[in-house]
Structure formats: C-alpha cells, structure tokens
Design a protein around this ligand. Structure first.
Ligand code: BGC
Length: 556
C-alpha cells in the first residue's frame, strides 16, 4: 500500500483535487442516497481521471438542511452514507490507489439539532454558553449577512431559552462560542478523532468567523488566528503534511494572514477572487480582469499554496468583485433572476458557458496553469448541467450521470434524493460517463489528458508564476518555471482566431516544444519545436497551447 503521508512537505502543490458530494455520487444500496460504499465502487474512475485528493462534502450525521454543513454529531458518519467502518474502508481503498481523502470540517457552527445546542438552549449545566447568546439583537451590528436571500439578521430568537443566538449562516446553524475553552477543546478532540482514524486532511469551512468582538465586523479576529494556529499544531503532531485547506472568501490581502508565518497556520487557502475574473476574461475576450487581480495578489510564503477552482457546490460567488463587475457577470452569466442566489450565480460550468467546448477547455487550461492547486467539481469533467427548478444551491448538486439508464447509473431507486437531470441538452441520456468513455474525443477523455499533462510538469504547481505581456490583450500568457522545467501556456480568450509571433526575449536560447493544445486551436502539431524567443501563435477561437522545455519522459 502506498505511503499515505508523503515525506515531501509540499506535495500538495502538484496535486489535483476532486470535490464530490457523497449523497449525489453513487448509491450502493438502492436507497436513493449516494454513500461511502458507492464512492469506493467509483475509485478506479477517479484514479483514471488522474486526480490525487478527494474532497468529500460533510459526511457527519445531519438533518441535511444545508447538505451536511449543519452537523448534528461530529464524530460519526450519517447513516444514509454508511458508518465509520465504511469510512475506514474508503480510506484504505483510496490509499491502495494512491488517492487521498479529506472531508469538510465545520468548525464555526452546528445544526440546531445538535445535542449541544439542545442542552445550551435549555441552559443545561456545562453547555450553557457553548453558543453565542444575547438579550440584545443589536449586538455586533457591524457584521454582514452572508446568506442574503434567506436571512435578514445574524440573530434568531430562541423561544426555549428566551434569548437570541448568533449565526453567520442559516438560522438553523447556531455559531459555537469560541470564547468558551471547552468548545475549543472539544473541536480539537473532533479533529484528533478523524486524524487518528487516518483521514488525509480537511477543508476547514468558514474559518474567518470563529470569534466575535464588539466594534469589529467579526471576521479575521486575532483570537481566530490564534485558534487556527493551535489546530495547525495539532494536525502537524498527528499527521504532518496533511492536506489542510482553509475557506476564506476574502480579498487576497485579507486572506494572506491565514498563511501565518508559512508554517504555523493554513498551508492552503482558496484564491476566491481570481475565479469570477476567469469567467469575466473569457466573456470580455481580454486578459485584463485576471491581470488586475493577480497584480493585487501578494506573494505568499513558499511553504504555502493557493487553491483555484472554476465551480464548486456553492453559488459562483460574486462577493469579491466590484459593483460594475458584478453587474457584468449577472448580465452575461445569469440573465434570468432564478439563476441568481445570495451574491452569486447558481449554475454549473457547462451551462454557464452555453455548453461550448472551446470555452470549457480554455477555462480549464487556465485553471491548470495559474498559480495554485486546482479543483475539479464532480460532473464538470463530463459537462453536466444544472436543475434550476431545485431550490437554493441544490441545482448544482444533482446525481452524477454515469450512464443513460433512468437512475443514470447513480441509483436503482425509483425516487433518488434529488431528480436525475432527464430533459434538455444535459439530460443523463446524453451527458454521461459511459457514452464519453466510448468516445476518445469526449470531454472526459480530454480532461484525463489535461490532468495528465499538468502532472508531467512540476513547474505547474511548484513553479514561479508570471503573467507575460502580450501585444494582443486577447492573449493570456502564463509562464511557470521550476528548476529546469518551463511551461508557457498561451490562451486565446477571444471568439476569433489570433495569430502572430509572441516575443519572449528571456526564453531565447531555449528550445520549447508544443506539448498540449485545445482542439479548437491549430498552432502546429503537438511536438513542434521553436526557439523560446518567438512563439508562433495561431490559435482558433478560445484555443490554447502549452509549450514546454522539458523533454518527454521517454526521451529523458
Ligand atoms: C459552505 C456552504 C455552507 C456554509 C455554511 C460554506 O462555506 O461552502 O456550502 O452552506 O459554509 O456552513
């Protein structure tokens, strides 16, 4: 069995993540809910896709009013997904295939069904102040509401206790009171529990909100950082080099402190604001929006990394954009009101891009060549669609489409937990894994080639990144260098072909070879060589090309 804890402390920079919702992935027992045994059945598929780390949405017992982000028991597995033995079996089967498994850990809040909350609202001794209670809903007035479509306050009155409780998300998700040392100790016990079970890491949900302090916006409080440092120390003690990814949906300069000194807080953080700008750049046919945010992204400690993504289980968030950019994004990508939620867009990748293969490819090529560890969201590798008739963010969490059968190969149950997409251009009968397996030109096969190419080049992930100037603003030119490895990725963001020579004087004398290109581009056959000084660009609409100075493996 491969060693699950790598000795290379920065292995995560070269990893590719795959985010999946257990409930929607594979049902192994016909009850209509995906489960952990189902994920085990599909591990070979995930290995063949080439991903390294599976990120599972929360798997603990939950009333599922927020798909598991409303936890009712931190040290167990929801019965619909299986049990702890199933989770152990998943870890072992994944490790056998060289895959790692992480899950969400929701530190900030619990479900209101959690026994701790039930005890706290009843003022039971010992649990009385495990949550943030107040007689005055005017407290912490400077705090924004996050779920703007469903909540108008961060306080909800509890009839049982006769006081208000604090919550940054849904009213059924009361925030834990981190000023209470018992809460801090208990959550560390939770972490220890999963680490000792053998988990490879966590995505730490909503970490900026742990502590509250009057007179602030209650985000990024010093005590929150101090607690996260305790968590990092605990993880290092039990499982050094674990995959520890923090969710901080903020501007890069506000996110930076969560890396700590590079060794004592989060090794990995999402780069949220670059995401909408990739979509913006493709819609505008210009690289400017990407340049703007990258120029505002400070250098980070070498021991740390960004994590980048195109879509995930939430809305495509437009919190970290200007009002003008938000208006543009809504108009282009969410013209109908029902496509919007909170401050964002509740659509999947393929429908956002009108199912156009060129746009899908050019965005993924950027995802793989920007600085950071990329995430793929389940179903996007085959171009799945969304179901806007479902409420909230459920439309992007529908059953995985494995084949053309009525249950899409996801389930044999007549009534799955959510309907399989059965109509329109994204119906399971048309968009499914089995059909794409048979077609070497399919998106699935293309994604496999993309992931494989990414992993051939240590410069992607580990390298120093530079956005090069190009004479044509439609071209996004990314240079990644790491030791001897150089990768230049050229993207045509425009809807029209672009050609010419791209001067890169600093690569003069290097022989570059074209190693990968989109099917909508025809710069030259893969394998063509040139002097790095002048790259011949002949890219079709949304075409892209990767040039590398590294010889192919068989020639080394
Ligand atoms: C998760 C959401 C969830 C929220 C509350 C977010 O950061 O990504 O899906 O609703 O936290 O836990």
């Amino acid at each position: 069995m491969p060693e699950p804890t790598p000795t290379d402390p920065h292995w995560f920079k070269e990893a590719v993540l795959y985010e999946l919702y257990v409930r929607a992935f594979q049902d192994s027992n016909g009850d209509g809910h995906g489960d952990l045994r189902g994920v085990i059945e599909r591990l070979d598929y995930l290995r063949d896709l080439g991903v390294d780390v599976l990120w599972l949405l929360p798997i603990s017992p939950s009333p599922l009013r927020d798909d598991g982000y409303d936890v009712a028991d931190f040290m167990n597995v929801d019965g619909r997904y299986g049990d702890l033995d199933d989770f152990r079996a998943l870890l072992a089967a994944a490790h056998d295939r060289g895959l790692k498994v992480i899950t969400d850990l929701v530190l900030n809040h619990t479900s209101s069904d959690h026994p701790w909350f039930q005890a706290s609202r009843a003022r039971s001794a010992g649990k009385d102040d495990w949550y943030v209670w107040s007689d005055d809903p005017g407290r912490y007035a400077g705090t924004r509401v996050i779920f703007t479509d469903s909540e108008d306050s961060n306080w909800t009155f509890d009839e049982v206790r006769g006081q208000y409780y604090w919550h940054r998300f849904f009213g059924h998700q009361p925030d834990l009171n981190y000023d209470n040392p018992d809460v801090r100790e208990e959550m560390k016990r939770v972490l220890r529990f999963w680490l000792e079970l053998g988990i490879d890491g966590f995505r730490l949900d909503a970490i900026p909100y742990l502590f509250e302090r009057e007179g602030t916006n209650n985000e990024n409080i010093a005590e929150t950082h101090a607690f996260l440092k305790e968590i990092r120390a605990l993880v290092d003690e039990i499982r050094p080099h674990a995959f520890l990814l923090g969710e901080v949906n903020q501007w890069p300069e506000d996110t930076l402190p969560y890396f700590g000194d590079g060794r004592d807080e989060m090794p990995l953080l999402f780069h949220f604001p670059v995401m909408p700008r990739m979509f913006q750049a493709v819609a505008q046919g210009r690289v400017d929006a990407i340049r703007w945010i990258l120029e505002r992204t400070p250098a980070i400690p070498e021991t740390c990394g960004w994590v980048v993504f195109l879509r995930n289980h939430d809305e495509l968030t437009l919190e970290m954009v200007t009002d003008e950019e938000r208006a543009f994004m809504y108009e282009r990508y969410a013209p109908e009101h029902r496509m919007r939620i909170n401050v964002g867009i509740r659509r999947r990748l393929a429908p956002l891009l009108d199912g156009e293969r060129g746009r899908i490819e050019v965005l993924h090529s950027m995802l793989m060549t920007l600085p950071g560890t990329p995430i793929l969201y389940y179903g996007d590798e085959i171009g799945m669609g969304d179901d806007l008739s479902l409420p909230d963010r459920n439309g992007v969490r529908t059953p995985m489409q494995w084949d053309a059968s009525p249950g899409a190969g996801f389930t044999t149950a007549a009534e799955p937990f959510a309907p399989v997409i059965a109509e329109g251009p994204y119906a399971a009968a048309l968009v499914n894994v089995a059909a794409q397996e048979r077609d070497p030109e399919s998106l699935l096969w293309w994604m496999r080639r993309l992931v494989a190419q990414r992993k051939l080049h240590p410069a992607l992930g580990r390298g120093a990144f530079e956005l090069l100037d190009a004479p044509d603003p439609a071209l996004a030119v990314f240079l990644n260098t790491y030791e001897g490895d150089v990768v230049v990725a050229v993207h045509n963001l425009a809807e029209t072909p672009r050609s010419g020579e791209l001067p890169i004087p600093r690569l003069a004398g290097r022989t570059l070879r074209l190693v990968f290109g989109g099917r909508s581009c025809a710069p030259a056959p893969v394998g063509t060589e040139c002097d790095g000084r002048a790259l011949p660009v002949a890219l079709g609409a949304h075409g892209f090309a990767w040039w590398s100075s590294v010889p192919h493996a068989e020639e080394r």
